[in-house]
Design a protein around this ligand. Structure first.
Ligand SMILES: *Cc1c(COP(=O)(O)O)cnc(C)c1O
Length: 205
């Protein structure tokens, strides 16, 4: 089980303090905000994950800054990230984001699109397919959320038959990580439960 510390809106000093406790994997939602923090904390050798929606025109910058991009949900991003990842770096780790509840207006590909998108990632030498990510609807009924996590685990197991190298199912946040772990998450993304309430509205970019 990997714990990813979600640092959006948190100052670099807060990340540094958590890193001093031994946490080494951090996540950001916005490329612009991450660029400053990643630069300021370069001495720590941390691993950085992008978990927010990625615009195509920011993909090249994301491929340069991050070690992982968890929000790949369309073919255009696959090409842009692969082109943006320098040949001198290790391949960029990629998760395909799935809109598991079919919520309208939400990021993530449809479950039926996962296989084709994963194939496209796996075909790019500059990318490394690691698995799936989802942000299930924060439904008040835990049974509803459990069903979404369970559906993700089934998708992951199905994809693993096609791509045996995958090892990461990223799901679960501060409010529901126990449930996600019970349903087979291998990575949880926790912000407020680690850092406390977020200090400010994230910048839009
Ligand atoms: C903000 C965020 C999290 C962390 O949320 P918390 O409720 O603060 O733990 C996890 N995943 C994604 C995609 C997020 O945007």
């Amino acid at each position: 089980m990997e714990l990813l510390a979600v640092a959006k809106t948190q100052p670099a000093a807060a990340v540094r303090a958590l890193a001093a406790c031994g946490q080494s994997a951090f996540a950001e939602n916005y490329v612009q905000e991450a660029a400053g923090k990643i630069g300021a904390l370069a001495d720590l050798g941390l691993t950085w994950h992008l978990i927010g929606h990625l615009q195509s025109n920011k993909a090249a910058q994301a491929a340069e800054l991050f070690d992982w991009v968890q929000s790949v949900d369309r073919p255009k991003l696959v090409r842009a990230l692969a082109t943006g990842r320098a040949a001198t770096r290790p391949p960029l780790n990629v998760l395909v984001q799935v809109n598991v509840d079919g919520e309208t207006g939400k990021s993530g590909c449809a479950p039926a699109e996962v296989a084709a998108l994963a194939d496209a990632v796996a075909a790019e030498p500059r990318l490394r397919l690691r698995g799936l990510m989802a942000i299930p609807e924060p439904h008040p009924d835990p049974g509803h959320r459990r069903a979404a996590f369970r559906a993700m685990r089934a998708l992951f197991d199905e994809l693993a038959r096609r791509h045996p190298g995958i090892d990461t199912l990223s799901m679960g946040m501060s409010d529901d990580f126990e449930l996600a772990i019970a349903e087979g998450a291998t990575m949880v993304r926790v912000g407020t439960a680690l850092f406390g309430a977020r200090p400010a509205k994230p910048r839009a970019d």
